[in-house]
Structures are given as structure tokens and as C-alpha cells.
Design a binder for this molecule. Sequence first.
Ligand code: G6P
Length: 615
Amino acid sequence: MCGIVGYVGSREASPVILDGLQRLEYRGYDSAGIAVFADDTIHIRRDVGKLSNLRARVAASPLTGSVGIGHTRWATHGAVVEKNAHPHLSMNGDFVVVHNGIVENYLELREELTAKGIVFRSDTDSEVIAQLIERYAGDGAHGDVAEATRLAVRQLRGAHAIVVLSRRQPDRLVAVRIGNAGGVAVGVGEGEHFIASDVSAILDYTHRAAFLESRQMVIVHADRFAIQMLDGTAVSAHVQSLPYDPVSAAKGEYKHFMQKEIFEQARSITDTLGGRVDFEHSQIILPSLNLDPERARSLQRLVTVACGTSYYSALVGKFYIEKLARLNVEVDYGSEYRYRDPILDSDTAVLAITQSGETVDTLAAMEEAREKGALVWAIVNTIGSQAMRFADGHITMNAGPEIGVASTKAFTASVVDQYLLALYLGMLRGTLTPGELRAHARELAKLPDLIGRTLENEHTLRDLAGHIHEYTNFLYLGRGINYPIALEGALKLKEISYIHAEGYPAGEMKHGPIALIDAHMPVVAIALRDNVYDKMLSQVEQAKARNARVIALVTEGDTVISSKADDVIEVPACSPFLTPILSVIPLQLLAYHVAVRRGADVDQPRNLAKSVTVE
Ligand code: G6P
């Protein structure tokens, strides 16, 4: 997963940057690089594999200089080879860039720049940023790096965290944050400053930091820094003291890990997609699944087993896999599966979904599947976990460590993994045309930015929580691909705020739960503009007719449901396949803020455990 570190001061920059990158190693990555300015030139060292490879390279060919930037990469565009590792240099070598995020319109930009004679050296989307900055800076010694960066980032679609170093103004670094592709922290020292995507990277050097909000830029010198909005308006920096304890420090600007993990989702999904989608050739790359096309075609059935939040994720995945790969999917609880003497054979794949990779019931279901001759796969977050080691093939979530007991970013990552699996199976089984694959790849590329935009509504959820935190019962309704999101939304509320909440398929409301509805039972209705929109509209009417307070999740700009509901939460319009990934986010935030209002222990709710290793 991508990590960024920058330094400007009077020390040697390269050891500071390499140490910072090392601290980000927990995220895992496939290549790393560093750029340091000295003798009127930007010097770069990059290598694939572990950071130790880059360290060896720097040891063999040292870098001296007291301003520099570094990066650890999880490939999104372009293979894991040295030329694609960051930092990326502009054509004339005047600007160098490290980047987290996806430049959604990079193909267009690359074509435009190539037509103007710019020569690209990598296959990445990130290189266009360096080239654009150099173009905007123009020829000659002037060309302010901050100004050129401001103009360049206006051209970019998507969510980004970017740091720029210029040969023309080597006394400063410029960093930008747009959306939620990763944080940008500015570490404040004595006569020196640091930039990092995560403060844990710089804690050895400073315990004071400011954080960029979306659409802000910072210009960092050794002795000062200035934050501005992207339109140039000055912003007064709020420098915070960071706790000395590295675990608490890892919370950075957030009050709880759960809140941090909710906000990390734009970045974590970028990492989940990393290296798996060849956007240029519209291919899905999942070698760790160990699946050959012949076996993919012979599969008759997929059984997904999971517990808790991972189970609800599996219910979303069923939609993807059945629709795109035309493979019959059954979803079962890990704790139920082996007690039914399930029917399994070698034409069945059993897919375990587990954040921890250690949930005993899920592991037992995997063992049952192996004994009965099925192919065993796992979608896991924890690298090296039992489930990952046991499976015949796996897909990692790449969400980074999830510390809050209530799962959030692992949910969205595992849903995206199943979307990728569905596309991959569709590709191998011939149920998707190249054109269809391309269309899905394009939609996936938009996801980090859409998540970032959804997160921008946090204040609405915080305010709403202030009004509803005293109710004692909630009903969550959804249909189709968003029915599992109703289940997950209700589970989140139960887990951390201890309020009774039921998730229900909206069409079933009239067969029972409607008897419960009155003014004391708010109804959360997921009513996005999709193929079941009209049906959801009638369910909202039915709940309203019984005096329920209706909280509606609607597609941005929908005035029809908004006029009927008491409270409205908007999510950006997107392809139907992406809706569950966006609609779950406001429900995570709602549960979080309700729990905070009730004074609950958000990260360690009573009676629950992060990983359940008992039956
Ligand atoms: C526990 C956690 C849940 C999680 C479930 C499954 O109950 O509290 O958040 O969803 O286990 O965990 P897994 O690691 O297998 O996804």
C-alpha cells in the first residue's frame, strides 16, 4: 500500500526518509524509491521488493542532500518494475513527484502530453502529474513549483495525495491532498519539517503535526510551512501534539480507530485495486488465486463461508459472481456450515471471507471443504494468517491493519475483492466481453474518489446522530444488492452503540416487522436510484403512514424520496455495482456518531472481540 515521506531541513534527508518508509512497512508494498536534491540535480534510487533492497541500493550508491521525498508503492497502473516505482521525474528532470491515488483521466492526459512531445518513461498514471507540473512551470529558471502544482492538479480527476520537489526551488516541498486517497501530515521540527501519509513514519523525529484537509496544499520550508486552499486562500494551520505511544499516535487526527478506518477507505480501496486491474488492457490480474482457465470453466458452484461482517460482505459478492461470472453462489455462516453435512465435490469452490484469517468457525468450514474435495479459496486481510496459508488460492484485501473491533474498511475491501473475483471468473469463463470488462474497470477506477465524496458528508451524519441517539430500536431496510447493506448497517449500530437494530429485506417488511413500526422506531431506508427504486419508494410511504421517522439514503439530487423522508443522506450517483460500497459508508458513520453520543467504547465494544477463535 502506498506510503509517502518527505523531509526538508539540515540533516541528511535519505536516512530520515528511509526510516519513515520502514515505519510504513506494516502496510506492505511491492517497490519503493527515494529522490534527494544535491548539486543542482534530483538524484533518484528505486527498487522493487522489500525496502531492504532500496536500502542496499542507497548504501551502494549514497545520496547526500537535505531535501527529499520517498514512496512505497502498491501497483495500480503498470507492472511491478523499477521504472514504475515512485518518485517520478518530469521529462527535463526539473520536478519529481510521489503520489497516492488513481488519476482517473490519465490516459487522456497522457495522450495530450505525448502529442505535445512529452516523452514518458513509465506506465504509471502518476507520471502525468510530474509532466503536467513541468509543462505549467514553463521553460527557464522561474516557474513557481506551488503555482505549477496548483494548475496541474486542477487537471486531475480522482482522489490524490501528492508531494513535489523541484530542482528550481529546492528549498521547499509542496504537498496536496484532494479527497481521501491518503492523509498528508506535516511534521513540525526545529528548523526542519517532515511530510508523511501516516504520522507513525515521523514519530522518531517530532511529536507535533498539522494535517491537510481535502483540496488543501502545503508549502514546506525548513523553517516554516504555509497551508492554502487549492484556490490560493490562506488557511491557518492547527498544529497538534501527537501522543508518544505509537499505537495511539497511529490514530493521527482521529478520535477513534474506527473513525480513522472509515476515513481510510478511499485509500484502502486504492490498495485493494492495486496491481489487480490492468486499466489499459482491461484485464483482471489475480495470480494468487492459482486458477487456470480450464478449472474456472469447469466450476459449477461457489459456496462462500464467513462470519459477522464478512458474512454480509459475502451476500453482496453473490450478486457480483452470479451476475458477471454466471456461477451459482450459496452463502453460509461458518458456524453453521459443517453441521449440515454439506454436499461438495471437486466442481465446487469454497470461498472463505475473513478479515483476521483466524476465525475458528470459518477455518472449520474451510477444513470441511478440503476434506470433501472442494477447491478452497480465501479472501483475507491479515497476511500470513491461518486461512491464507490453508487455502489453495487467495486474494488479499490490502486494507492495512484493522484495529477497531467493528469491521469497516475490511468490509468494503472484501466486497471489492469479490467484484474483482467476479470479473476475473467472468473473463476466464467467457461470460464477459472485453468491452464489458473495460466498462467495469473504468467504474472501479472511480471508486476511491466516490468514496472520498461520500465521506465528505460526515457532518450530516454527526448532526443526525445528535437527533436520534436516544431511540432504542431501529429498522434498516434495503433491497437487491443493498439488502446486505441494511444488515450490515444494523449490525454496526448494534455492535458499538448497543441499540437494538434489525436489518430486513424491504419487501418482507409487510410480512412481520411492519407490526413493530410506530413513532418510536426509526426506519433507515436505502433507497438509491436503481432497479428497485420504485419499490423502495412504496416501502418508505408505508413506513411514513405508520408514523415512523424515516431516514433515507438517496442518490445525490433525488428530490422525490427526499420530500417524503424526515432525514436525508445523499450518496453520489454511481454504477449499480458500486452502490453497496458507497451506501455502507454513511451507515458506518451513523453508527459511529450515535455510539460517540452515547459515550460507548467505540473501538472496544463490550463482549466483542476482533478475532473470534473459539466456537
Ligand atoms: C468478530 C468481529 C467482527 C467480524 C467477525 C468475523 O465477530 O467482531 O467484526 O466481522 O468476527 O471476523 P473475520 O476476521 O473472520 O472477518
